[in-house]
Ligand binder design. Structure first.
Ligand SMILES: [Zn+2]
Ligand SMILES: [Zn+2]
Length: 63
């Protein structure tokens, strides 16, 4: 089951971490159960779940 967050105003699909629609700026409710990924080293929010390394400090993420 995939739950893709969508903008409530223009229905543009949003990435799971998007807080606001990239097309119209409407606030998007966070997907329930979607915990933000954070770097265990520096605490930076990981924008892309597929990233293997922190884009902020370079720490490697453990699987
Ligand atoms: Zn929108
Ligand atoms: Zn980091």
């Amino acid at each position: 089951m995939t739950s893709v967050a969508r903008c409530p105003a223009c229905a543009r699909p949003a990435r799971s971490r998007d807080r606001f629609c990239g097309a119209c700026g409407t606030a998007i409710a966070p997907t329930p159960g979607a915990e933000p990924l954070v770097c265990t080293d520096c605490g930076a929010i990981v924008e892309d779940e597929d990233d293997q390394f922190c884009t902020h400090c370079g720490a490697r993420f453990e699987a």
